[in-house]
Design a protein around this ligand. Structure first.
Ligand code: IMP
Ligand code: ZN
Length: 347
């Protein structure tokens, strides 16, 4: 008898998560614990409880304008020292593992916290240490790190990110990302940093076409930076769709994030996942910011199955296609393919 496609099944399915921002993946509960620890230590600590301070995406109260300030005005001020970064990183890894993620490429933007003497390199080292400590007692999840360049970075800051990625590559850094508020333009000044990453063989993923643009110049420019994967890929003119299909770039698609913030219109059934999936482009369903959107990866697989009529064979194909786009190398690919086959042997 065939298994029903429900949340129990999509949770048990061994999955890869390739587009998850570390700070955005911290659950409200975890942020609340950090808040409580700080409040207990210092009664004069004045921040609001994250349970009420962070708006709920499900209420429709987050859009592209209100989204970025949640980090800049709130979460960065709360997760602001070594202890809380370590605590949050460990909790994020545990949440992904509990959701059936077996290979994770977490991404984060190196950030300095001068008030406690942390520079960008210290930040990266703290995150990597927490990841390596977690790996010691959790063999089921293999986690790698991607470093993000923010659209608001200067070229000097962007180069620093690339150099940190190269310096700590041996500890599990597998790529470079471009993230940040998509309304922030231009980004041409960052080209040389991405050229350096490419020249050094560091795979590149870019947040791409999150919002509609009047011309396609920026998108064409981004495609010339040699990305291997693209995130979101919502508002893409037809001629560039053809390029993406021809290059078979891996697409990191985030259904709940796009629908809940109104980045894509028409609800789940109209999400561009359907179009890219039918075009045969490899798609990695991803959560983006599970802490904010409260939409797990297993839930995303279930949404895709329900709204696009995916059965067992299609879910297998989708999962394996995502594995093919990971940055972590052949051995990790084979491990994941083995886990998927073991879970769901071909009939
Ligand atoms: P962090 O890099 O670990 O600090 O994760 C949070 C950061 O990721 C935010 O400050 C944003 O710059 C970036 N980010 C999270 N979600 C998105 C998105 O949907 N689009 C672009 N950037 C994002
Ligand atoms: Zn993202």
């Amino acid at each position: 008898m065939s298994q029903p496609i429900d949340i129990t099944l999509t949770r048990a399915l061994p999955k890869v998560e390739l587009h998850a921002h570390l700070t955005g993946s911290i659950s409200r509960e975890c942020l609340h614990q950090i808040w409580l620890q700080k409040k207990t230590k210092d009664p004069a600590f004045e921040m609001d409880d994250p349970m009420t301070a962070i708006p709920k995406a499900a209420d429709g109260s987050i859009d592209v304008f209100s989204f970025f300030p949640i980090f800049d005005k709130y979460i960065y001020a709360l997760v602001s020292d070594e202890k809380s970064i370590r605590f949050a990183t460990t909790a994020v890894l545990q949440d992904f593992q509990d959701d059936g993620v077996r290979y994770l490429e977490l991404r984060t933007t190196p950030r300095a916290i001068p008030a406690v003497g942390i520079n960008e390199e210290d930040y990266v080292a703290i995150v990597l240490q927490a990841m390596s400590d977690y790996a010691l007692s959790n063999e089921r999840l293999h986690a790698k790190l991607i470093l993000s360049i923010d659209r608001k970075n200067t070229l000097g800051e962007a180069f620093k990110v690339v150099h940190l990625a190269l310096k700590y590559r041996h500890l599990g850094i597998v790529g470079i990302d471009l993230c940040g508020n998509p309304a922030r333009r231009p980004i041409s000044h960052l080209q040389a940093a991405f050229a350096e990453a490419h020249a050094q063989g560091l795979p590149i993923t870019l947040h791409f076409a999150e919002i509609a643009q009047t011309d396609s110049h920026e998108l064409e420019e981004m495609l010339s930076w040699n990305p291997q994967r693209l995130g979101h890929v919502i508002h893409v003119p037809e001629e560039l769709r053809a390029t993406i299909r021809e290059k078979k770039l891996g697409l990191e698609l985030c259904l709940s994030c796009n629908v809940l913030t109104g980045l894509s219109e028409g609800g789940f059934a109209a999400h561009h996942f359907g179009e890219w999936w039918r075009a045969g482009v490899p798609v990695a369903l991803s959560t983006d910011d599970v802490g904010i959107f409260e939409a797990s990866l297993s839930g995303e697989y279930l949404l895709a199955a329900r709204h696009f009529g995916l059965g067992r064979e299609q879910l297998l194909e989708l999962s394996k296609g995502a594995v093919d786009t990971i940055f972590g190398g052949q051995e990790e690919k084979e491990r994941m393919l083995g886990l998927i086959e073991e879970f769901w042997p071909r009939a």
